[in-house]
Design a protein around this ligand. Structure first.
Ligand code: MTE
Length: 347
């Protein structure tokens, strides 16, 4: 099941109502009774353990994090306009992104209880779903240093309600600042290991290749395993096309959008251009920028009748901004498009 709400709907609330939250699943939702659920923690730990949901909920401090989840395929459609992308990939627009208040236990609390051995460098997750192509669950890993951060969760709640099956209940990983694929849903096993996960979705899928590589020439042992998300911003309204007269008052066009900082940084500013990037003005941030969380912005442009290209770019506290052109980021799998977002409108 793969679903995404319209960009204007996403832009309507800083915390996305669950019915509007995007869904990305590589396999059918597994049916897991809460009382039959077990989390296994093994690998390079002093005390491998098996925990019930009740033990997780009662035996560890509860922690809540408001974080944006973004799929690596966000904005893939724009890349397909340049050159076709692997046909197996979902052609996401700006809809594979949403924000929730996640409640659960800190992954670090579980890892400390199990006792991490010095040789461990990566924390692998394995989902209880069954992906037809791999005959295995979706898995992946994050570096141990990331796993020990306070805001990396094993979540059982979303927006102050129990997590829904489509979003990973009874338990999912929540790795703020990383591509959505590392926030493994229906997580059944956590393994401490020396190297990154060998699961298909870490070792093969969700890898970034240079623009010169094609499906026919790819060497899957190469490529960069995606992890930390890059900075991104996009316009949610107006949409491309001729603006209805009620959206322009004496040539003033109201523009709204979303920005997300890279990794653990925070958005510093967002700039909008109404002349294809020749000149820029600061947009107003309408939500206060916070770590792990998208921020909303708006601007009013004065536009003469005719055709114009609106362009947005963001800057974060780590000094990152976005690449200018789609060609700068094109890759045959269509991952992590964070080029300047452009919308052509006619006034
Ligand atoms: N976990 C499992 N077990 N199986 C999946 O298919 N999809 C991943 C991730 N975790 C997936 C998973 C991807 S690609 C994304 S973007 C997020 O879950 C989406 O989470 P959501 O469906 O709650 O929005």
């Amino acid at each position: 099941m793969n679903l995404g709400a319209a960009a204007t709907q996403l832009r309507a609330a800083l915390v996305t109502p669950v019915p509007n939250f995007f869904v990305r699943s590589h396999a059918p939702v597994p049916v897991i009774a809460a009382d039959a659920y077990r989390l296994h923690v093994d690998g390079l730990v002093d005390q491998p353990c098996t925990l019930t949901l009740e033990e997780l909920q009662q035996g560890f401090p509860v922690h809540t994090v408001t974080a944006t989840l973004q799929c690596a395929g966000l904005r893939r459609r724009e890349l397909t306009a340049l050159e076709p992308i692997d046909a197996a990939e979902i052609v996401w627009d700006t809809d594979a992104i949403s924000t929730a208040r996640w409640t659960g236990v800190r992954l670090s609390d579980i890892l400390r209880r199990a006792g991490v051995q010095p040789a461990a460098a990566h924390v692998g997750f394995l989902g209880l779903d069954q992906v037809a192509k791999t005959q295995d669950g979706l898995g992946g890993s994050i570096p141990l240093a990331k796993a020990l951060e306070d805001d990396v969760l094993l979540a059982y709640g979303m927006n102050d309600a129990p997590l829904l099956p489509i979003h990973g209940s009874p338990l999912r990983a929540l790795v703020p600042g990383y591509i959505g694929a590392r926030s493994v849903k229906w997580v059944g096993r956590i393994t401490l290991q020396v190297a990154p996960s060998t699961n298909h979705f870490q070792a093969r899928a969700y890898k970034l290749f240079p623009s010169s590589v094609r499906a026919e020439t790819v060497n899957w042992d190469e490529g960069e395993m995606l992890g930390v998300l890059p900075i991104n911003s996009f316009i949610t309204s107006p949409q491309a096309g001729v603006l209805p007269t009620n959206e322009t008052r004496r040539g003033a066009v109201f523009v709204q959008g979303i920005a997300l900082a890279g990794g653990d940084a925070v958005i510093e500013r967002v700039e909008l251009s109404n002349d294809s990037g020749q000149s820029w003005t600061a947009a107003t941030l309408t939500s206060s920028p916070q770590q792990w969380m998208w921020c909303f912005w708006e601007a009013t442009c004065s536009l003469s009748p005719g055709s114009h290209e609106l362009v947005v770019r963001a800057f974060d506290t780590a000094g990152h901004t976005q690449p200018m052109h789609l060609a700068d980021v094109w890759n045959f799998k269509g991952y992590v498009n964070n080029a300047y977002h452009r919308v052509r409108i006619s006034v």
